[in-house]
Design a protein around this ligand. Structure first.
Ligand SMILES: *Cc1c(COP(=O)(O)O)cnc(C)c1O
Length: 455
């Protein structure tokens, strides 16, 4: 089925083609009818980037209700990192469905929750004692990370970086950089959140140590280290546009945080769980955070998130202070154990490097012909291009959101799902599952090249 030799199961017998196939207008008639029903009962604030209604999915292919199939370069925003409906994950979830669906870990616990915590302790950076708590969503992980850090430090302030994205709850909205659409009109927001300068090599031209010095100066002058509970950082920024920080930036911040009693938290919700070819992206930068947040890819598509931190930080909370009704649902934790096993045993991590090479080679070839591709960046199966106005590539690097919108629309019409990103909406991001084949990548890149030709 795929040339990545993913284990098979009954789900492989699903009628899912291996390539894109467009048989109707996009969206097709059945999707349009569903869209009409939806408009009457779902608010427009819950927006769908590509309103084709999905019937089934496998590997890196989505099939809609009209029979169109799409090469999926989004993976539900980096959630189905190991692929759609991968056998062992589906089987693990099915097995749990037959035993029990819920007990509430904080009432009567079960083994798979503990197993996920063991796997997180083993695979997050750092050789020290760790503890993990499980919740349902990325934003909930951020909320709990902040809460735990404040409890441990007894301090008030939280710092994040420019271009950050951390979620859609009240606290996390205040932690985001981009107001529209994530924050506009939803205030007032919680206070004591500070946005410090980040490392964005394409625009700031700073070395890692220079960028870190700038960030630290901001934190010391604007907040004061003794009032800062936590510094929350995405090792590679997700919604902001896949900015890979300059070498040395993250370890320098960690060193400063450690020296000043600040809890430094890696928001690995998008970059973690094998996405970049290591379990967690922090490893690429030699960064050992005090706390790691995971979510998106951790359970192969089921809702699960985790806060993993140094034992002394995590243990500062009183019994009953942490938890939540659905946190660490047994079906999701069983699936997560299977995801960890696949990443470890099937050498799936290595697929990220294959995907990065293929994507970057294809994108570089396109960039030779079109000067609006200002930057190609990313690690593993987390690659992006930043589009700029023609002729501005080397000077103003003026954002070109219009081209991004057109290219994403062109790709969708031609059976390739590509996500956009960026504070200025001028980034196309490629977040395929590790199951995507070389043929599928080439086909998608071909469609993208055709899209550039039509601009
Ligand atoms: C998606 C995301 C979140 C929020 O996760 P949800 O599950 O949508 O609440 C937080 N941080 C990062 C880096 C993300 O990519």
């Amino acid at each position: 089925m795929t040339d990545t030799a993913l284990p098979t199961s009954s789900t492989d017998l699903l009628d899912v083609p291996t390539g894109r196939r467009i048989v109707t207008a996009i969206p097709g008639p059945k999707s349009q009818a569903l869209q009409e029903r939806r408009r009457k009962v779902v608010p427009p604030g819950v927006h769908s980037a590509l309103p084709v209604y999905i019937d089934r999915a496998h590997g890196a292919l989505l099939v809609d209700v009209d029979g169109n199939s799409f090469i999926d370069l989004g993976a539900g925003i980096g959630v189905t990192t190991i692929g759609h409906t991968v056998g062992p994950v589906v089987e693990a979830a099915k097995g749990q469905l037959d035993s029990f669906l819920h007990t509430l870990f904080t009432i009567t616990p079960y083994e798979s929750y503990v197993r996920v915590a063991e796997l997180l302790a083993e695979h997050t950076p750092g050789d020290f004692e760790k503890r993990s708590m499980l919740i349902n969503s990325g934003a909930e992980a951020v909320e709990n990370g902040v809460k735990i850090a404040r409890k441990y430090t007894g301090r008030r302030a939280i710092a994040v970086l420019e271009h950050a994205y951390h979620g859609r709850t009240s606290l996390t909205m205040a932690m985001n950089y981009k107001a529209m659409p994530y924050g506009t009109g939803y205030g007032p927001f919680p206070g004591d959140i500070y946005h410090a300068p980040s490392s964005y090599p394409y625009h700031d031209g700073l070395s890692g140590p220079e960028a870190a010095a700038r960030t630290i100066t901001y934190l010391e002058k604007h907040i004061g280290a003794t009032d800062l509970a936590a510094l929350v950082v995405e090792p590679i920024q997700g919604e902001g546009g896949f900015m890979v920080p300059a070498e040395g930036f993250l370890p320098a911040l960690q060193e400063w945080a450690t020296a000043n009693g600040v809890v430094m938290i890696a928001d690995e919700i998008q970059s973690g769980m094998g996405r970049t070819g290591t379990y967690f992206a922090s490893e690429h930068f030699g960064w050992v955070p005090d706390m790691v947040l995971s979510a998106k890819g951790i359970a192969g598509g089921l809702p699960l998130a985790a806060v993993t931190g140094r034992a002394e930080i995590m243990d500062a909370s009183q019994p009953g202070g942490l938890g939540g009704t659905f946190g660490g649902n047994p079906v999701a934790t069983s699936a997560a154990v299977a995801v960890f096993e696949l990443l470890g045993e099937e050498n799936l991590l290595a697929e990220a490097g294959r995907i990065e090479k293929r994507l970057k080679a294809g994108l570089s070839a396109i960039a030779e012909r079109y000067d609006i591709i200002g930057d190609i960046r990313g690690i593993g199966a987390m690659v992006a291009i930043e589009l700029v106005e023609p002729g501005t590539g080397d000077s103003t690097k003026k954002p070109n959101a219009a081209a991004v919108t057109k290219l994403a629309a062109y790709a969708a019409q031609n059976g390739v799902l590509i996500l956009t990103a960026g504070t200025y909406g001028n980034v196309l991001r490629f977040l395929p599952s590790l199951a995507i084949t070389d043929d599928q990548l080439d086909e998608a890149l071909g469609v993208l090249a055709d899209g550039f030709a039509t601009l």
